[in-house]
Design a protein around this ligand. Structure first.
Ligand SMILES: Cc1ncc(COP(=O)(O)O)c(C=O)c1O
Length: 370
């Protein structure tokens, strides 16, 4: 007789990592593969941040501060809010999962757009809540009106990914504010702002000003992307004190390790240099979008560090071949079929050299396959 696991395991989609078939994440890190599949930063952490990590390593015999007191204070200063409104986590994914645990149960409903971040379906599967996926509207932008129509008395959680992964598309602040005005107060709205620093339309902290007005609003941020700290796992929510208490109630006390706390605190001291890096990513974005247009490929209007590239009419048929051809040329991107958008590729921007290699390999693969 074999061990019986919880039945919900059968419906949990699981996360497919962005490494090519037959490779481990370690292989990719030491190889010269252009890793453009996970929307990471191509830059290593700032030297001061690496030093802070090395300094903190000497105290690894101690548990970390369970309240991340210093980091939460620095984040509160940075966003001009109070530490009670900051929940720090083992990557922003931890907040998503904890929100599922704290808010959802069988009979409840969760509403999110599709395609959107691949973790969202997991929240429904893990809790037994009913998921409602609302197709993106024209231009592959969130259809907030259609999402509002799906909200019922049973809705517990609405997720808005802004800018959206995998399409890169952005909803201006005014639309988010108008949406919140119409969402009933019993519904928690998580605006997942993992890529907010890469958009050029609004001040990234405009939404922070809405927190006092809407106790049901949660803003999700991460150090993984703009701060080059994906490997350390540190993210945070700006939220009501009640949401923070709920998240803390369902997760282990020491989820953010001491190295992550030290690194993130140090990164906050170097906002100017992180801003310079952000600007270089935005310049690369323009260059790459021009490159895709030069190959005759359409993309969604991105405000992130990645592009969502349509492979044209027979895209769904050639997508996997193109991904395999690119991998053979040392370039790793995500097939759209895995992300809810068959016939497309999602590719993050790398270094200039990696991106040139990608464009050349893509041009060759398209010539062979179309
Ligand atoms: C939209 C979105 N939200 C959250 C995350 C998770 O980020 P973290 O590394 O902070 O868990 C990602 C990572 O790719 C993402 O794309």
């Amino acid at each position: 007789m074999s061990v019986r696991f919880n039945r919900k395991l059968n419906s949990i989609p699981g996360y497919t990592p962005g490494v090519p078939r037959g490779h481990s994440a370690e292989d990719v890190a030491v190889s010269d593969l252009a890793q453009l599949a996970s929307n990471e930063s191509p830059f290593p952490p700032l030297p001061e941040v690496i030093e802070a990590i090395a300094g903190a390593a000497a105290s690894m015999n101690r548990y970390p501060d369970p309240d991340a007191t210093l980091l939460r204070r620095k984040l509160a200063e940075r966003h001009e809010t109070e530490p009670a409104r900051v929940a720090v986590a083992n990557g922003s994914c931890e907040i998503l999962l904890a929100a599922g645990e704290a808010l959802l149960e069988p009979g409840a409903e969760i509403v999110f757009a599709w395609p959107s971040f691949s973790m969202y379906p997991q929240l429904a599967a893990m809790s037994g809540a009913r998921e409602i996926r609302v197709p993106l509207g024209p231009g592959q932008v969130h259809d907030l009106k259609a999402m509002l129509r799906e909200i019922t008395a049973a809705t517990q959680l609405v997720l808005v990914c802004n800018p959206n992964n995998p399409t890169g598309t952005y909803l201006p602040f005014a639309e988010i504010a108008a949406f919140l005005e119409r969402v009933p107060g019993h519904v928690t709205v998580i605006v997942d702002e993992a890529y907010i620093d890469f958009q050029q339309h609004d001040d990234p902290d405009d939404t922070v000003d809405l927190l006092e007005q809407y106790p049901n609003l949660v803003l999700l941020r991460t150090f993984s992307k703009s701060c080059s700290l994906a490997g350390l796992r540190v993210g945070y929510a700006l939220c009501s004190p009640a949401f923070r208490a709920a998240v803390d109630a369902v997760r282990q006390p020491f989820s953010v390790n001491a190295l992550a706390q030290a690194a993130a605190t140090e990164a906050l001291r170097h906002g100017d240099r992180i801003q310079e890096r952000l600007e270089s990513v935005i310049i690369e974005r323009i260059r790459m979008e021009n490159g895709f247009a030069g190959l005759g490929l359409e993309t969604a209007e991105t405000q992130t560090n990645f592009s969502w590239i349509s492979l044209g009419e027979n895209g769904a048929e050639i997508e996997q071949q193109i991904v395999d051809d690119l991998a053979a040329a040392g370039v790793v991107v995500r097939p759209g079929a895995l992300l809810g958008g068959p016939g497309r590729l999602r590719a993050s921007y790398g270094t200039r050299e990696e991106d040139d290699r990608f464009l050349a390999a893509l041009s060759g693969a398209l010539a062979d396959r179309t």
